[in-house]
Design a protein around this ligand. Sequence first.
Ligand code: NDP
Length: 326
Amino acid sequence: MTDASPTVVLVTGGSGLVGKGIEHVINTEPEGSRFGKQPNETWIFATSSEADLRDPEQTRKLFDKYKPTHVIHLAAMVGGLFKNMKYKLTFLRDNVLMNDNVLHTACERKTQKVISCLSTCVFPDKVEYPLDETKIHLGPPHSSNFGYAHAKRMVDVQNHAYKEEFGCNFTSAIPTNVFGPHDNFDLEGAHVIPALIHKCYLAKKNNTPFIVAGTGKPLRQFIYSYDLAKLFIWQLREYDDVEPVILSVGEDEEVSIKDVADAIVKAVDFKGEYAFDTTRADGQFRKPASNKKLLELMGGFEFTPFDQALEASVKWFLDNYNNART
Ligand code: NDP
């Protein structure tokens, strides 16, 4: 993507947290800048209402309509721990179908490049930390999300097979926990940050205690969706290798769940009772991922400070409560 030939970038999952982040960055960074839209580019953000990517025919129609030269494939069935535990087969099957249809169609239509999206939660349950790009297949995933994890791991296998058999330029990104505007705030299915934002908002509204499950001690790496968007745009333009890249803040930027909850309490301006339910499971204490490969390739990147990104996400939720996914 270095010359000025016409480029059509199709982003699947364009209505989701990460897709909306990319749309925001493409529309707000100065045109022609490293992360801004280039004059020769057209960006398409597709949703499931335009094409259900579990269906091969609808997938083909989407490709034939836009004729993408490049694809960022984000569409997926996504969810937090409880949803993953409850719908293992659906997570497996829906994601396998979407990934297979997108990659197969991209190969058939000779799409120049596809970046698909894995996740650090697809890594083996028992593995030496920090996680890095070489450790995806070194053992079974955690039993709570094996459906999602195996579907996502297969993308890396498919990318290698497409490259070796057909010479396709397919690769993948591995983000850590993402948060930001347009997240899924549904209390049943959400990841930890949007779920806690929603809970704290309700506690303030209903004058009830804000109770956080677990001790608050586990540490996680969180990436702001607008930062992640820039990393995807970099990967699309500047990285041409089948091996995945972890897109994450550094290991030294781990944040505890208590830090997250404190920042939410502050951003929501919650003054009521706030406590940790230590009878609830904590999950793994930490599972750090290395962003060494990313930073070496990119030559450095300035991440948005966590508190600032969280405040912006809470503000988005409060301003958009009626339209947010709740
Ligand atoms: P969201 O749940 O916010 O969005 C999912 C997107 O996928 C939506 O645009 C949705 O479209 C689309 N989609 C779902 N099912 C279908 C379907 N059958 N056909 C077509 N499109 C479909 O997800 P995120 O933005 O959070 O995730 C994007 C990617 O990042 C995913 O691949 C996910 O696995 C990965 N990821 C996410 C992390 C996170 O913390 N959120 C962490 C690591 C990786 P519609 O709105 O129309 O239903």
